[in-house]
Design a protein around this ligand. Structure first.
Ligand SMILES: CC(C)(COP(=O)(O)OP(=O)(O)OC[C@H]1O[C@@H](n2cnc3c(N)ncnc32)[C@H](O)[C@@H]1OP(=O)(O)O)[C@@H](O)C(=O)NCCC(=O)NCCS
Length: 165
């Protein structure tokens, strides 16, 4: 993939269909703690607004997304944002799309005044953990055996990256 081919832009309401297909296809017990969404489910609702999502497009096709939101509604916590959703189409993984999305989310959070970006990742999700580490995130803590998935207890790893210079 040539870097110039990849476009990253905020989502728009009309992207919902394509985004829902990607989200459903990318679902896996490696990365998800909720059941696979049914086909008829949308992506946007009152808590998931289009402007929270950044999309990655290759040849005009949505091949990835990242969603970052305030970590909590608290004023005292306003400087912290959290990644709550990241997926890349399996067909284009390993070509730098995920790294570009994380970089774009960091830039957007920084532009919105955040000084720290956090996320949660399942302990067994090695591809995502390596991606976040390569983007400067470090482990801040973990909740041991927090989820029971397909008969296995899995740790919930909390990672963070400082955004301030
Ligand atoms: C995790 C995910 C977003 C990575 O996207 P991607 O576009 O394949 O990632 P990139 O090509 O940008 O990879 C960047 C770095 O991540 C790491 N990485 C990516 N895939 C990896 C894999 N399968 N194994 C180990 N490290 C991996 C590498 O460090 C890589 O850098 P390198 O290519 O220089 O070695 C993708 O695998 C995915 O959508 N997974 C399912 C959903 C998911 O796990 N979301 C995260 C929930 S917390």
């Amino acid at each position: 993939m040539h870097e110039d081919d990849l476009i990253i832009r905020p989502a728009r309401p009309e992207d919902e269909g394509e985004l829902a297909v990607l989200n459903r296809a990318a679902w896996s017990p490696l990365s998800d703690v909720s059941p696979q969404p049914p086909e008829e489910d949308g992506v946007f609702d009152e808590r998931h607004a289009p402007e929270q999502f950044l999309l990655a497009l290759l040849d005009g096709r949505v091949v990835g997304y990242i969603r970052q939101v305030p970590a909590t509604p608290l004023a005292s916590n306003r400087h912290v944002r959290q990644i709550q959703g990241l997926a890349v189409d399996a067909e284009v993984r390993g070509r730098g799309v995920g790294r570009s999305l994380v970089g774009a989310a960091c830039a957007a959070a920084r532009a919105e005044g955040a000084r720290k970006l956090t996320l949660r990742v399942l302990g067994w999700n090695v591809p995502a953990r390596r991606l976040y580490e390569s983007c400067g995130f470090v482990v801040e803590g973990s909740l041991a055996e927090e989820f029971l998935i397909d008969g296995s207890y899995v740790d919930d790893i909390w990672m963070a990256r400082r955004l301030a210079d």
